[in-house]
Design a protein around this ligand. Structure first.
Ligand SMILES: C[S@@+](CC[C@H](N)C(=O)[O-])C[C@H]1O[C@@H](n2cnc3c(N)ncnc32)[C@H](O)[C@@H]1O
Length: 254
């Protein structure tokens, strides 16, 4: 039976692959490499570097595929995402059926960890629900959330307090009540600028794990302009920026 490995590859640093992930890449007959267009060529390059560095056999077989582009400002968010997923599912089905022999194994290289704000596993479920026969396995990866905590040398939660992880569009104009600490991902628009900065600190990471990584931490009111400038600088210099950050109330004794 065909087999598909969903391999978490870390958030940009080729040193962040687990031994399990390296074994999975070496087990796969075919590596599926997403191409998100010229603006994101740097992300494709990192995936290629990871394969070149960790796959032992030469040559190894890789197949590029164009990732369908999603409308970033849809009138109906849920319907747009559903249609986008359907498009990707059709693409994955085609890759599995045409690029893998009946007993071959393919690997999708998933950024960070497949369990954090990534839809690959939902797409795989969709294919199974539609009756496509293949086995699959998931290999965890180092998420950008873990990379953020490690690079700032902080625990993500305060003792006994909750940790909320949300996409930037779900951050309102104040710190969510009772959230403790809040990790924000998928924020293309500097959502931290919307919240009242009074008494709030931020630990920000842009392009974590890459050679262009930028780290900024401090009182939100003091550093938010610096973060905006860093985001703009990365965008201009390397053409893409992904950022993740932690927000929390400044403790009374700080
Ligand atoms: C589609 S989600 C994928 C998350 C990924 N599965 C993970 O575990 O990190 C993309 C978001 O992850 C975060 N992200 C991924 N890689 C990052 C990096 N190297 N530096 C900072 N943030 C990153 C950003 O918030 C970005 O908008």
């Amino acid at each position: 039976m065909r087999k598909v490995l969903i391999v978490g590859i870390g958030a940009g640093d080729p040193d962040q692959l687990t031994i399990q992930a390296i074994k999975a890449l070496n087990q796969a007959d075919v590596l599926f490499i997403p191409d998100k267009g010229p603006k994101n060529a740097g992300l494709r390059r990192i995936r290629i570097d990871i394969c070149d560095r960790h796959i032992e056999r030469r040559p190894y077989r890789s197949v590029d595929f164009d990732v369908p582009v999603r409308d970033r400002h849809p009138a109906d968010y849920a319907a747009t995402v559903a249609a986008w997923h359907a498009e990707i599912a059709a693409l994955y089905e085609q890759l599995i059926l045409t690029e893998l022999g009946p007993d071959e194994c393919g690997a999708f290289l998933v950024w960070g960890d497949p369990g954090f704000y990534d839809s690959t596993l939902r797409i795989i479920d969709r294919l199974h629900d539609a009756g496509l026969a293949f086995d699959h396995e998931v290999v965890p990866g180092i998420s950008s959330v873990q990379a953020l905590a490690a690079r700032h040398r902080i625990p993500l939660n305060r003792i006994g307090e909750p940790l909320l992880v949300l996409p930037g569009r779900r951050l309102g104009d104040r710190m969510p009540e009772d959230a403790g600490s809040v990790v924000v991902m998928l924020d293309g628009a500097g959502a931290f600028n919307r919240i009242d900065p009074d008494g709030v600190e931020i630990f920000w990471g842009g392009c974590l794990g890459t050679k262009d990584e930028v780290l900024i931490a401090g009182r939100l009111a003091d550093v938010r302009d610096e973060i905006e400038a860093a985001r703009a600088g990365l965008q201009e210099r390397i053409g893409w920026v992904m950022d993740t950050y932690l927000l929390r109330r400044i403790a009374d004794d700080e």
